[in-house]
Design a protein around this ligand. Structure first.
Ligand SMILES: NC(=O)c1ccc[n+]([C@@H]2O[C@H](COP(=O)([O-])OP(=O)(O)OC[C@H]3O[C@@H](n4cnc5c(N)ncnc54)[C@H](O)[C@@H]3O)[C@@H](O)[C@H]2O)c1
Length: 341
């Protein structure tokens, strides 16, 4: 079966996904929707330039409206790859049409929007997944197995990096800021590897990037966490760093019984079982490609067991970052039960 995929949003993330999907033998891209027609043209050119020489051309018809694409293009699934503030209408339209859904992170900027999408997908029985691709990392999977049943004392998710270029990224009401938009990958792995968080207390400030035009996000965020297991943790992120020291650019560090683990997004993991007992776990695949293969296989077969981040899971990670944002702005401890009753 050829899985026919449409895209809502034709920006930089979609281009990356399209180049991967077009390399899979059983996939066709059959519709592209963007409110900016020039974005679709840019995507056609970019896919041609970035893909291998034998990549099929991105010749799917262009649409300016999701509903028109759903009515006119032959589709089995739709990737929704929009700036965070734009989520909601596209997902509901895709679900109502009974198509499988892949949503790029973060799933929304308001809990109500995410909850309604989750409820709609459940009610219609539609496959809905979130593109937290690091769950598909071979190193992450090995670490998850090592940690199974092992008591965890503390976890830290850290990302120190510099300011991305997207104009919407630096605007709180459009991106949600670094906690919600970018550091969400490490926060998701923190949950995936160590379990649910029950309480958060966050502090945030705009410190070094005050003079950047149109920027109103915090450029430093620090969050204290309590986990259901009894472990404690922290989230530390900044987009004001000129560079990150080793182990600080997108890492999750874990102190567990008998081992200390550092998992990087990309470089693999290091497991320490004593001062001189060090094991390196290399990344053996391309996590994003593994995620896309799993999604396509699930759409083709109807078997969802290979989907490592169903929509509700992605929503829970958003809820954690949203709770941290509320805590930082309202200067109070937030219990996760407020966000996920
Ligand atoms: N998983 C990852 O590693 C990863 C990497 C990069 C980006 N992302 C996520 O992907 C999403 C998109 O990011 P991007 O960098 O591609 O953004 P972008 O700004 O490059 O592209 C977004 C596109 O959406 C279009 N758009 C906006 N509103 C629309 C609407 N209502 N209907 C149709 N099109 C609309 C815009 O015109 C634009 O072309 C973000 O949520 C981002 O966090 C994920």
């Amino acid at each position: 079966m050829t899985v026919r995929i449409g895209f809502v949003g034709a920006g930089s993330r979609s281009i990356y996904e399209m180049v991967q999907l077009l390399q899979l033998p059983d996939v066709a891209i059959t519709g592209i929707c963007d409110i900016a027609p020039e974005a679709i043209e840019r995507a056609r050119q970019a896919v041609k330039q970035r893909g291998p020489a034998d990549l099929p051309p991105l010749d799917a018809p262009a649409f300016g409206d999701v509903q028109a694409m759903l009515e006119q293009a032959p589709l089995d699934a739709v990737y929704v790859s929009l700036p965070p503030f734009a989520h909601g209408p596209a997902e509901h339209a895709v679900i109502a049409a009974g198509k499988a859904l892949m949503v790029e992170k973060p799933v929304a900027l308001q809990m109500g929007v995410a909850r309604e999408i989750a409820a709609h997908a459940k009610e219609r029985g539609v496959l809905a997944a979130v593109a937290y691709q690091w769950r598909y990392s071979t190193a992450v999977q090995q670490v998850r197995q090592l940690l199974a049943g092992v008591p965890i004392g503390m976890v830290t998710a850290v990302r120190w990096s510099s300011l991305p270029g997207s104009p919407w990224w630096r605007v709180q009401s459009k991106s949600g800021g670094m906690l919600i938009e970018q550091h969400t990958h490490c926060t998701d792995l923190l949950r995936y590897l160590c379990g649910e968080v029950t309480e958060v207390y966050a502090m945030a400030a705009t410190t070094l990037l005050k003079d950047v035009p149109n920027l109103d996000i915090a450029d430093v965020n620090t969050v204290s966490l309590r986990l259901a297991s009894g472990a404690v943790g922290t989230i530390s992120n900044s987009c004001a760093a000129v560079a990150a020291p080793p182990g600080f650019h997108s890492y999750v560090h874990i102190i567990a019984q008998g081992m200390t683990v550092a998992v990087g997004l990309g470089p693999g993991a290091t497991v320490l079982r004593g001062r001189d007992a060090r094991e390196e776990i290399a990344e053996e695949g391309n996590p994003n490609m593994a995620m896309n293969r799993a999604f396509v296989a699930a759409v083709a077969s109807g078997d969802r067991s290979g989907i490592l981040c169903p929509y509700e899971e992605g929503m829970r990670t958003f809820a954690l970052t949203y709770a941290a944002h509320i805590s930082a702005t309202e200067h109070r401890l937030v219990r996760m039960s407020e966000q996920l009753p």
